[in-house]
Ligand binder design. Structure first.
Ligand SMILES: CC(C)(COP(=O)(O)OP(=O)(O)OC[C@H]1O[C@@H](n2cnc3c(N)ncnc32)[C@H](O)[C@@H]1OP(=O)(O)O)[C@@H](O)C(=O)NCCC(=O)NCCS
Length: 184
């Protein structure tokens, strides 16, 4: 079992290539992170300036598997960047990690994020030896809760109060958990 991959994997699915970021992704990434309406339940504020996304590109392109990894979700048909999936806050000793997902509005409702996430979850369980994956989701974010359930996550407990600080405002979240072997 390769517990310490040095090269970030790419995942090919039926419709997608889920691959590491490249410098040429800047504009595509900015389209994702500047859409305040799509990011209304996000754990951070939308970017307004391309320079903010340019700074974010640096940590999107870095590969720090002991902590986090970011993937560009691209359409095989067009090569276009349409989304982002990641893991973050990896806790090596506890074999636990958080995940995040985001896709452009016009590509939502087609099962594309679940298609992108399945190999990422498999990678976490099979290659990194993770035991539990968690997703923190705002109560109003029904599409994200539906996605979590579709992937096999279960809601755990109630509202975790004031977990995210976004532009000076505190937000409470729900925790969805997926234990190795429960994935769908
Ligand atoms: C949450 C989010 C990533 C879900 O993206 P998505 O690609 O629509 O999610 P899924 O892959 O689960 O697709 C599910 C939808 O595709 C439909 N679908 C169509 N074909 C499908 C297929 N082959 N497999 C699964 N679902 C399919 C489902 O019926 C469902 O549609 P519905 O929502 O109308 O019922 C997206 O809404 C988003 O980017 N939101 C903004 C960012 C955000 O809030 N992120 C989460 C923060 S916690």
């Amino acid at each position: 079992m390769a517990r310490r991959p040095t090269k970030q994997p790419t995942f090919d699915t039926k419709r997608l290539s889920v691959r590491p970021y490249r410098a040429g992704d800047l504009k595509g990434l900015h389209a994702l992170y500047s859409d305040a309406e799509n990011l209304r339940y996000w754990g951070g504020a939308a970017y307004t300036l391309l320079d903010e996304t340019r700074r974010a590109m640096r940590w999107h392109m870095a590969y720090r598997p002991r902590d986090y990894a970011m993937w560009a979700v691209t359409e095989k048909k067009t090569g276009r960047l349409i989304g982002m999936v990641n893991y973050h806050h990896r806790h090596i000793r506890q074999k636990r990690v958080d995940v995040g997902w985001l896709i452009l509005p016009k590509h939502q409702g087609k099962g594309l994020t679940s298609e992108a996430m399945r190999p990422v979850l498999q990678h976490l369980f099979d290659d990194l030896g993770v035991h539990k994956v968690e997703a923190l989701i705002r109560p109003g974010n029904k599409p994200s809760q539906a996605l979590a359930r579709r992937l096999g996550f279960r809601k755990e407990g109630g509202l975790v109060r004031d977990r995210w600080l976004v532009s000076g405002v505190w937000h409470s979240v729900l925790i969805y958990g997926l234990i190795a072997g429960e994935e769908r």
